[in-house]
Design a protein around this ligand. Structure first.
Ligand code: BDR
Ligand code: CA
Length: 320
């Protein structure tokens, strides 16, 4: 069973990622070791409240802890216009209390100690990952399987002309992490690939049916409607890009994908280029490779995988 730690900022697509991971956990395919949250789509404490709500509905009792309250070098910006006033679209649930300082990092530390094959999936800003590098350098070096959703690598951005949201919110964290990645490097799922995974109202209807009697099924319409409306207002159609769920499938190898080894760098300080990420695909920089950049994913297979996981979960519900 693959041990998984997810660091996220739910967030609507993070919520779908958590539902998928919860399904795999109940199917005995992974073990959710813990969930920590970053400030990004909403605050870290609200994101933790949202994650706890999802996991409670799906009967997962893994620890959920808010991580750092915001970036170290720039002010926190959240995005209620994208994910709703508190990150769950038209739904609102209470924020989690602030945990004792560093409690989240103890979950990461314990995960690394207990599970040498731990998979860490980051679907929010890289604030906690960069902080862990400072506070726990030895454990950071032992992270072997890290997958990140972030960056619009050599591609147009969704936040500025060149920057993707997760990297833009905390550009210094992203720059640091790619400046000195864990020994095994990072698998990076950039916007160019993740934005291809779309859910529209027809797919949502099928997803709700597939989730059957699971209590989360009845909540999803209010969550997703906000995200559909946001994408529609952006001129992207009445549908939603589900970046973080596709990232989880790539991290777990449950969907076919292609990647390549390269050198990524992130700009932190330039006001216009904040959060811009570049891959040196032709080796101009003569720097060692620090990432595997995902260049394609089988989107039809991703939809089929979501169907498989949710239908199987529903068929076994209640799971206790
Ligand atoms: C990323 O930004 C957030 O809004 C989403 O949750 C996703 O992680 C996409 O740019
Ligand atoms: Ca996210």
């Amino acid at each position: 069973m693959t041990p998984v730690l997810i660091d996220c900022d739910p967030g609507i697509d993070d919520t779908l990622a958590l539902i998928y991971l919860a399904a795999l956990h109940h199917l005995g395919e992974i073990e959710i070791v813990g969930v920590t949250t970053t400030a990004g789509n909403t605050t870290a404490t609200q994101a933790a409240g949202n994650a706890r709500w999802v996991l409670d509905l799906l009967l997962i009792d893994a620890p959920v802890l808010p991580g750092r309250p915001g970036p170290r070098h720039v002010e926190l910006t959240t995005t209620p216009e994208t994910h709703g006033p508190t990150g769950l679209g038209y739904l609102e649930v209470p924020a989690a209390p602030e945990g004792p300082e560093g409690e989240w990092a103890a979950v990461w530390e314990g995960g690394v100690d207990k599970h040498p094959d731990l998979k860490l999936i980051v679907t929010g800003p890289l604030t906690n990952l960069a902080a862990f590098r400072h506070s726990h350098p030895e454990h950071y070096a032992r992270l072997r399987r890290v997958t990140v959703m972030g960056g619009a690598v050599n591609y147009r951005g969704n936040t500025t002309p060149t920057a993707e949201w997760n990297f833009w919110v905390d550009p210094h964290a992203a720059a640091e992490v790619f400046g000195d990645p864990p020994a095994a490097g990072i698998r990076l799922c950039s916007l160019e690939v993740t934005e291809q995974f779309l859910i529209d109202p027809a797919r949502l209807t099928r997803l709700v049916q597939d989730l059957g009697g699971t209590p989360i099924a009845g909540e999803l319409a209010d969550v997703l409607r906000f995200y559909f409306e946001f994408h529609h207002a952006q001129g992207e159609g009445y549908q939603a890009q589900i970046h973080d769920l596709l990232t989880c499938m790539i991290a777990l190898g449950t969907v076919p994908y292609e990647d390549l080894s390269t050198t990524i760098a992130v700009e932190a300080d330039s006001p216009l280029m904040r959060g811009t990420s570049v891959a040196d695909l032709r080796g101009h920089w003569h720097r060692s490779h620090n990432a595997r950049l995902v260049t394609a994913a089988d989107i039809d297979a991703a939809h089929a995988e979501l169907t498989r996981a949710t239908r199987t979960l529903a068929a076994r519900w209640p799971v206790r």
